[in-house]
Design a binder for this molecule. Structure first.
Ligand code: R5P
Length: 288
């Protein structure tokens, strides 16, 4: 097996390769021609090898071109199997036509990714598409729930887990269960991508609680910001915003910190909040 660190995830790929017995590590050589087109090259011979491309798909468009070109090239050069490890998998929230004539991007991406023999990802946003196998040749879904629960166990006193919306139930509930407690899941009304409303029932007191608001993705941060305000209004002593994938569009991390929240994410998207390492769970899946 050769674990190939693609540009967005070179460090993570290296850490994964250290944990997979017998795996070799290599970088994907990706450069730009003067006109902006991509030029790719493998640095090791791939013939007869199982090639694992590791590329997290935040700001995805250029990164998708890289992995598609790389996968086709690997097959062309005689690789025996090509796996994509996309710790953050793009476009999964675009799973229906929200407005007439919309592109269902999750499905189109699935068609393009049929070049991969398997796709491994962490906590994909599965809402109306219930299984990765519905869109990919073979999809393997890992979860950072236990890692997040472990972080909460070691860093928060008297923690209370909150899921900011109905879709976060799948994470909030599992994480709370590992902490031997129950999650509070709130209702969210989304008006547009930068405007949401979230309300915590008036009779709930969070006095003295250290609150962990958990979600799969922080994008613009508005879901978290509204939830932080509610948690503080109800007396929470400390508020942590914990997510798997910290996309932090519109400088969301600064805005959350200004509200006094502690912001924590895994390293599926590398940034200053990435305190939870997912290399171990990916290595374990590849070792199977
Ligand atoms: C949506 O259901 C997701 O689970 C997140 O809640 C959402 O993507 C967060 O987006 P934002 O940070 O822009 O509010």
């Amino acid at each position: 097996m050769i674990i190939v660190g693609c540009p967005s995830s070179a460090e993570l790929a290296k850490n994964i390769s250290r944990k997979v017995k017998g795996a070799k590590f290599s970088l994907l050589n990706s450069k730009k021609f003067p006109d902006g087109e991509t030029r790719l090259r493998f640095e090791k011979n791939v013939k007869g090898e199982h090639i694992v491309l590791v590329q997290s798909l935040f700001n995805p468009n250029d990164k998708i071109i890289e992995i598609l070109f790389a996968a086709h090239t690997a097959k062309d050069l005689g690789a025996k199997k090509v796996t994509l490890v996309a710790p953050y998998l793009s476009y999964m929230r675009q799973d229906i036509r929200f407005y007439a004539n919309d592109c269902i991007s999750a499905k189109v991406q699935g068609e393009l990714f049929k070049v991969f023999d398997e796709v491994i990802t962490i906590d994909p946003h599965l809402h109306r598409i219930h299984s990765l196998n519905k869109v990919f040749k073979k999809g393997i879904r890992l979860s950072a729930n236990s890692l997040i629960a472990d972080y909460i166990k070691h860093h928060l006193k008297n923690p209370l887990v909150i899921g900011p919306d109905a879709e976060s139930y799948q994470w909030a509930d599992k994480i709370a269960e590992e902490l031997h407690s129950h999650a509070i899941v709130l209702k969210k009304k989304r008006y547009n991508s930068r405007h949401v409303a979230i309300k915590l029932k008036n009779n709930i007191s969070l006095k003295g609680c250290e609150v962990a608001i958990v979600d799969d993705i922080i994008s613009t941060g508005h879901t978290m910001m509204e939830t932080v305000k509610e948690a503080k209004k109800h007396g929470a002593s400390k508020v942590y915003c914990i997510c798997v994938h910290g996309l932090f569009a519109d400088d969301a991390i600064t805005k959350l910190k200004k509200l006094g929240a502690h912001v924590i994410s895994t390293n599926t998207v590398p940034n200053e909040s990435s305190k939870i390492d997912v290399s171990g769970i990916i290595a374990k899946a590849l070792s199977k």
